[in-house]
Ligand binder design. Structure first.
Ligand SMILES: Cc1cc2nc3c(=O)[nH]c(=O)nc-3n(C[C@H](O)[C@H](O)[C@H](O)COP(=O)(O)O)c2cc1C
Length: 319
């Protein structure tokens, strides 16, 4: 398969892949073609949360094409938000039917709605006749059982969809176990919609394994794999950048830090957000100790000191 046939979509990761991350990432790395933004919840009573809307404002999202994602199960609230997004310029939106968290799932949102195909049917029947955006859906195999999807697919087949993005685990599994490739394959056979693969692509080997198993899949969504190795999409697409990887990572980090510094008011907020990224940066194992120390810091000065030590250790190691 030609590398250009492959589309890589940055997964929505609430608390990580917001507009700041997406823009800074795009300034430093290539290979990612588009992104789905972390979910915006419907609010009811014609209300919108400005900070969530700002995240997908096309004015701030010129570097990487972004599809806003909506979490909700009340048709009229979904339509209100979808209309607002359309007026902002979003012709495509995504519906979250995959969120595994029990607080959300209990309210029949995210993966919690997968047990109720009739409700999905009624919802789509109402929503798709009213909205001007086109819709894609991000799903898991089910809430409790991997079979639930097979009752949902005939419902989805009734409606026009851009694509189905499938993370082949159940909601209850959260991120435990391995993604079920056989169930993904069965889904491919049972749906008329184009499918995008999502789940545990963390390095070239896992990418090639998925590609080999599903040679007709062209679109791959990657989340944690990109957080832990921001070079992954470039590697998959065989994009060669001559500059040293650690220097590039450092430049990326410094930009991300500066950008969040402008946004977050409190120091704990800033270090907390940055430490979140470090907890995923597992692909740089040479400097385990400095890495652990970064995660323990609780002031900006200490954080910056530990980050400096980490990069110095990495640069020294690579000499
Ligand atoms: C911290 C975190 C936040 C997430 N937030 C969202 C979200 O807002 N919307 C969504 O559809 N999925 C969300 N997910 C799921 C991811 O988009 C993705 O489906 C999952 O991580 C599996 O892909 P990966 O193995 O490539 O990371 C989240 C996952 C994590 C770990």
């Amino acid at each position: 398969m030609k590398k250009t046939d492959t589309t890589i979509i940055l997964a929505p990761l609430q608390g990580f892949t917001d507009v700041t991350y997406r823009n800074v990432f795009s300034d430093h790395f290539s290979g990612v073609d588009e992104a789905v933004a972390p979910f915006i919840s419907t609010m009811g009573q014609m209300r919108l949360k400005p900070s969530r809307i700002k995240d997908v404002d096309p004015e701030n999202n010129k570097k990487l094409f972004v599809v806003p994602q909506i979490l909700g199960n009340v048709a009229k609230d979904f339509i209100f938000l979808a209309d607002h997004l359309y007026e902002m310029g979003h012709q495509k939106i995504n519906w979250n039917l995959g969120c595994p968290h029990s607080k959300i799932a209990k309210k029949k949102r995210g993966s919690g709605l997968l047990m109720y195909p009739e409700e999905i049917d009624t919802f789509l029947d109402t929503v798709l006749s009213k909205i001007s955006n086109t819709l894609s859906i991000k799903v898991r195999l089910g809430r409790r059982s991997k079979d639930e999807i097979f009752k949902v697919l005939p419902v989805l087949d009734k409606y026009p969809l851009d694509e189905i993005i499938l993370h082949p685990r159940t909601g209850l599994q959260m991120y435990e176990g391995t993604p079920d490739h056989d169930a993904f394959e069965k889904t491919l056979l049972c749906s008329r919609h184009p499918l995008t693969y999502n789940g545990d692509i963390t390095d070239l080997n896992s990418f090639y394994a998925v590609q080999k198993k599903f040679p007709h899949i062209r679109r791959f969504m990657i989340g944690r794999g990109i957080l832990s190795n921001p070079f992954l999409a470039e590697n998959i697409k065989q994009i060669i950048v001559k500059k040293d990887q650690i220097e590039r990572l450092k430049d990326f980090h410094d930009d991300l830090f500066d950008s969040y510094k402008k946004i977050f008011s409190g120091p704990a907020h800033l270090t907390g957000r940055m430490k979140g990224f470090w907890s995923y940066l597992a692909s740089f194992k040479q400097s385990r100790k400095p890495l652990k120390n970064i995660l323990k810091t609780n002031s900006i000065a200490k954080y910056q000191d530990m980050v400096k030590r980490f990069f110095n250790a990495e640069l020294e190691f690579n000499k």
